[in-house]
Ligand binder design. Structure first.
Ligand SMILES: CC(C)(COP(=O)(O)OP(=O)(O)OC[C@H]1O[C@@H](n2cnc3c(N)ncnc32)[C@H](O)[C@@H]1OP(=O)(O)O)[C@@H](O)C(=O)NCCC(=O)NCCS
Length: 182
């Protein structure tokens, strides 16, 4: 807990895409490992893919489909320990909604950083006049994430049964949650 005061949240910049892609690859590899809940659909993204797609999303204006805005949990030397991202829909007519994804390295979960990241991103979302809703999907059984979202006011819309089939053959149900921003 001694490092708690040293990590801060910063908006992601285009220059962060390299470090961000390494973080995402490391984080995705932790899904379902060493006591972590399953939180990733299973495929292992390459660093290059993550980097290029992030650069594309983060370059877009909020008036363009498929925009993205990420906020990073970093130490003083800008190593990334966690992230949260809001993404706009694929159609112009869905741009009043954003979908949310987040994650923290296993070494740093359970210390309140998830709560801080979520508060930060929702504060930002509420300051964007065009945004009215934030949506997310959480795998059934991912209790830390489910509790975090419920406490922030997200409500369950429905559960998609058999939403994903992982590489090991396991079927995962996905709980769809939403939050009205105002
Ligand atoms: C989900 C996640 C972002 C939460 O961040 P965090 O920093 O661990 O969360 P916090 O410490 O702020 O705690 C959030 C809630 O989870 C609970 N929690 C934390 N660790 C837990 C655990 N191992 N088991 C059960 N609940 C746990 C906390 O008690 C808290 O709930 P409460 O407010 O009802 O007490 C983080 O655990 C994570 O990155 N997990 C892996 C990736 C992931 O699941 N991403 C979300 C995909 S939808």
């Amino acid at each position: 807990m001694t490092d708690d005061n040293k990590l801060s949240i910063v908006p992601a910049q285009l220059r962060d895409t390299g470090e961000y892609s390494s973080f995402i690859v490391q984080h995705m590899a932790e899904s379902g490992q060493n006591g972590s809940p399953v939180f990733a659909p299973g495929h292992k993204p390459s660093r290059e893919d993550v980097r290029d797609h992030a650069a594309l999303r983060w370059s877009k204006k909020l008036t363009e489909p498929a925009w993205g805005r990420a906020f990073l949990l970093v130490n003083k030397t800008h190593n990334i320990f966690g992230h949260i991202e809001l993404r706009g829909g694929r159609l112009i007519s869905e741009l009043h909604r954003a979908s949310l994804g987040m994650g923290i390295l296993r070494s740093h979960v359970g210390r309140g950083y998830g709560t801080r990241l979520l508060e930060y991103a929702l504060f930002w979302a509420r300051s964007q006049p065009q945004l009215a809703w934030v949506d997310l999907g959480v795998f059934e059984g991912n209790e830390p994430a489910f509790r975090l979202y419920k406490r922030a006011g997200f409500v369950v819309e429905y559960t998609r049964q058999d939403a994903f089939r992982l590489a090991n053959g396991r079927s995962v149900n996905d709980i769809w949650m939403t939050l009205q921003l105002r």
